[in-house]
Design a protein around this ligand. Sequence first.
Ligand code: UDP
Length: 382
Amino acid sequence: MKYFKIIIQLFLKMKITIVAGARPNFIKISPLINSINKCIKNGNDMNFRLVHTGQHYDKAMSGSFFEQLNIKNPDINLECGGGTQAEQTASIMMKFEKELLENKPDIVLVVGDVTSTMACTITSKKLCIDVAHIEAGIRSYDMTMPEEINRIITDSICDYYFITTKNAGRNLINQNINKEKIHFVGNTMIDTLIQNIENIRKPYFFTKNKIKIKEYFLLTLHRPSNVDNQESLKMLLENILDSTINKVVIFPVHPRTKENLDKINFTHPNLLIIEPQGYLEFLFLINNSMGIITDSGGITEEATFLNIPCLTLRNSTERPETVKIGTNKLLGNNLKNIKKSIHKIIEKKWKKGRIPKFWDGNTSDRIISILYSKYHMNELIK
Ligand code: UDP
């Protein structure tokens, strides 16, 4: 049996297709690609194609991540940027189907919870191709979030579930997913952070604006519930700036937020509105801030790992571990809560966090090793 397995391995090349479409995806695939390349170097027979769906397409949201994280150029860009949720889903599915028929991978690897994740999972499964979902099982239980729909659909049909926490596993079991398919491996976003923390870069505006380390808040907003209504966006910003007293608030503006922010023409002497930052600059901004105010999911994980106080302006989170054992607190949109929490951070009375299990920098190695051995096992059974 042992020799038979070795012979099979000699003749079978595992063909992987990796899908990425939006900013958080690029950050999550980088260490996976590093692990695949390491495996190939060690003599394991596999190769991969990288498919960019084009969901995020400009330099600030896409190109700079490929450069800074040293990700190879995509083998194909499906150029599916813009449009409504339905238009984008349809366009990705039509183009990705063609890509799969031409290149026939053994497995498709999708990450996170963006439209590309769901669209490419459906397309692959309809062609009977196995799908591995990285960051499976997380749930906000808020069906008004498009990401929640993407998560539920992806997780109801994929084949390998790689989870960041045990809680995500419980969500999957409640959805009747077979335990055997669930692999508790940790967090690829933290792999990326660990692989790059030594190379973080001070952004050019930092010295120019005489910003002091640990004397500013970092703000990001892009969820529809916070940014799509001009009046409530204005009130939210006024409240934050009223609470942060004399501290600088650095606000890298997501393209989704920019349009409404421009319309309300909001300015404040302590508010520094800047372009979306490159990954290395953004990590510098997280690591040196006194606190983060955000509605992002990924940033709450990075804040937890780096032990930076974090306030989430949402009513729910799909990452409860960042609240239970990390540095994050859910504020919803109760404006009174915002002031109290910001003052607690300024007075340095914030809770200390712990790092969740397996957020140790080795998640991607675990994923690729599981996929490689499962692939050969399956070929052997066939
Ligand atoms: N990020 C970045 N530059 C920015 C804002 C965020 O590099 O100006 C990174 C951040 O460090 C994290 C990821 O983008 O790794 C989070 O992406 P986003 O908030 O867009 O998505 P979410 O996590 O909410 O899905």
